[in-house]
Design a protein around this ligand. Structure first.
Ligand SMILES: *Cc1c(COP(=O)(O)O)cnc(C)c1O
Length: 423
């Protein structure tokens, strides 16, 4: 089948989210398909950063309690704004720390080995930082991670089967930590079923939402998930090093934070400067120290856009974009030994497409040289993430044409088949 640019342009005309694209800074002459690694800057996020700087200029120390967005309450207020993205109640969320420090905090808080229940269950496909954190938490409690970290195996190297995970939920497991969406294949895990199965066995379960927040809707309260954590620089477009988030189910409110600091305090008590901590009676208790205000600010602008667009609409468009991308790849690149390695089904497909090819590293370099920004994932993966808020169907169409030309003309052969320092 022949595809053409007019078809892509028609899809853009029907797209109800198309107007958001003009609110973003899209690097010149480039088609950006890497928003699942670092989302683009929006004008609203930029304005929010400027306002935070202005607040510092205008108010100095009083910025903690004055101005439009007083710093002292910003982590909690951004939690309120994040609630619709994860389907939880506002006081169950706080925007704080980084993904990895939040995982440390939540593991330190909820991993309570007792009797036979001493092990942590994770998976072999998760992002390394999560695994490093879990291993170090085990060591801190005096356990050997080789024996106490159980990692569910993948049968195909890309995805995890719910039944394989459930089969590992033995009576030795105290805690489960899994991703909501796998970072490489983009598989969406069945968080609802996994939570139900864990709870039937008396196991606490938490999810890493780095690749799912802002990409797919969640119903953490309804699913009764115990805790979750996520970064905000990927699909949430809050900028490099922006402050992360965490969720704690209200049934756990009052559980003492494993890693305490003065920002764990109940707000009205914090400045009593007492040496006995009175923790906040909500998710705020799992903060540690002073929040990174200048890296919190951009979220004010970017979360506003999610509220306006709505997560259901974003997901609908995202599925159309990845569906269109897969269709074009199948139609145009049939002869080039690409393998679509993400789940194709709409219930398990996340926000990006994973293309595998033995020349992936240098194909990525050629794509970048021709203005398409993908990302490479070892050993042979090309991740392409058309993002609902700023990518168009025309972007997708053009990207596949550019990739086709690279393959037709073997342009990738100009490069070494090696990854860069950041890939
Ligand atoms: C991006 C990502 C991280 C990054 O952790 P930071 O602490 O933000 O550096 C961790 N886990 C997963 C699954 C990720 O996708």
């Amino acid at each position: 089948m022949n595809t053409n640019i007019k078809q892509a342009q028609e899809l853009d005309q029907q797209d109800t989210l198309h107007h958001f694209r003009s609110e973003f800074y899209i690097p010149e002459k480039s088609i950006y398909l890497d928003g699942n690694s670092l989302g683009l800057l929006s004008k609203r996020a930029e304005k929010a950063i400027d306002a935070a700087v202005q607040s510092w200029k205008d108010y100095a120390i009083d910025g903690w309690t004055e101005g439009e967005n007083p710093w002292y309450y910003l982590s909690e207020n951004l939690g309120v704004m994040s609630a619709p993205l994860i389907g939880a109640e506002p006081d169950e969320i706080v925007v704080t720390g980084s993904t990895t420090t939040n995982l440390h905090q939540l593991t330190a808080t909820f991993y309570k080995p007792e009797g036979k229940k001493t092990k942590i269950l994770a998976d072999e496909l998760n992002f390394p930082s999560d695994i490093y954190a879990l291993k170090s938490q085990l060591k801190l409690k005096g356990y050997n991670p080789d024996e106490h970290l159980i990692q569910v195996q993948s049968s195909d190297g890309h995805t995890l089967r719910t039944e394989d995970i459930v089969a590992k939920m033995s009576d030795e497991i105290a805690l489960i930590v899994l991703p909501g969406v796998l970072y490489r294949s983009g598989q969406v895990l069945d968080m609802k079923t996994l939570t139900k199965e864990a709870h039937q066995r008396g196991i606490l379960i938490g999810f890493d939402l780095c690749h799912s927040i802002g990409s797919i809707p969640h119903s953490l309260s309804e699913w009764d998930v115990d805790f979750a954590f996520w970064c905000t620089y990927k699909h949430l477009n809050a900028g490099p090093g922006s402050v992360a988030g965490l969720y704690v189910n209200r049934k756990h409110f009052g559980t003492e934070p494993g890693l305490a600091g003065w920002f764990s305090s109940a707000k009205e008590k914090q400045f009593d400067m007492d040496h006995t901590l009175t923790p906040a009676e909500n998710a705020g208790a799992y903060q540690i120290g002073t929040p990174h205000l200048l890296s919190l600010a951009p979220l004010l602008g970017s979360l506003e856009m999610f509220e306006e667009a709505g997560m259901e609409e974003i997901r609908r468009k995202s599925l159309r974009l990845t569906g269109y991308l897969m269709e074009l790849i199948e139609n145009e690149l049939g002869g080039y030994e690409f393998k679509i390695a993400n789940p194709k089904d709409e219930t398990t497909r996340g926000g990006h497409v994973l293309l595998e090819h033995k020349e992936a590293a240098r194909i990525c370099r050629a794509l970048k040289a021709d203005g398409v920004v993908p990302d490479f994932r070892k050993p042979d993966g090309i991740r392409l993430a058309p993002v609902a808020l700023y990518n168009s169907f025309e972007d997708v169409w053009k990207s596949v044409q550019i990739l086709k030309r690279i393959m037709d003309e073997e342009k990738f052969k100009k490069y070494e088949n090696k990854r860069g320092v950041i890939a």
